[in-house]
Design a protein around this ligand. Structure first.
Ligand SMILES: CC(C)(COP(=O)(O)OP(=O)(O)OC[C@H]1O[C@@H](n2cnc3c(N)ncnc32)[C@H](O)[C@@H]1OP(=O)(O)O)[C@@H](O)C(=O)NCCC(=O)NCCS
Length: 179
């Protein structure tokens, strides 16, 4: 299988919303309440939400497309951080979302997306990447820790009608040259 990773632009919001909804359902079916998953996808994975990130000068979105024919299978959203950490910095960037459809996980694509985000963050003068992840998402947490993220805090995260415990992880870009 061959894949192409590219920077998104306005017009990509439908593809991002489709992959976002599918990947969220795949990832959390049997983990979160079904009604919460549906409500979250209907409100947080809309084309309008992705369009707003695509139009935000300080945000970047990368998409993974399968070759040939460029079907979308994953993406990463990077934007200014809004997380309740003890020492927020004005130049913190946040990985808002990173998702691959289940069939395409474990093939190095998460690493490729993360490398794009880290390279962009360094060029932009950002000293720290942050992200929030469901505290029981052991697979994603292991991936983040493997690429260098460390625990920096917690938050409560609303999904539909329920509130879940997230951990906040940070990657210090001053200390690391490679991800
Ligand atoms: C989390 C996710 C983005 C990781 O992407 P991926 O393509 O599966 O990961 P990769 O194949 O690129 O792995 C990159 C590295 O992390 C390591 N890694 C991946 N998952 C790991 C795990 N569970 N435990 C330990 N190491 C892991 C790989 O071995 C690889 O190491 P290497 O590059 O040194 O050889 C992807 O699995 C995913 O979309 N998961 C479901 C959605 C999700 O939970 N997203 C996060 C929501 S906050």
């Amino acid at each position: 299988m061959r894949f192409h990773v590219r920077l998104c632009m306005p017009g990509d919001e439908q593809a991002l919303a489709l992959v976002g909804q599918a990947a969220f359902l795949e990832s959390f079916a049997g983990v979160l309440r079904g009604t919460d998953i549906l409500a979250h996808c209907a409100s947080q994975h809309t084309p309008a939400i992705y369009r707003a990130w695509l139009e935000l000068a300080s945000a970047r979105v990368w998409i993974v497309e399968m070759e040939p024919a460029a079907a979308p299978v994953g993406y990463l959203v990077l934007a200014p951080a809004h997380l309740p950490v003890a020492n927020p910095r004005s130049d913190d960037l946040e990985i808002k979302r990173i998702y691959l459809l289940h069939r395409f996980q474990g093939s190095g694509l998460g690493r490729r997306l993360m490398t794009e985000a880290v390279q962009h963050a360094r060029r932009a003068g950002c000293r720290r990447l942050l992200l929030g992840v469901y505290g029981h998402n052991d697979q994603a947490i292991a991936f983040y820790e493997h690429v260098g993220f460390r625990h920096v805090g917690e938050r409560r995260f609303r999904v539909g009608d329920s509130t879940y415990d997230d951990v906040i992880l940070g990657l210090d870009l001053c200390e690391r040259e490679e991800t």
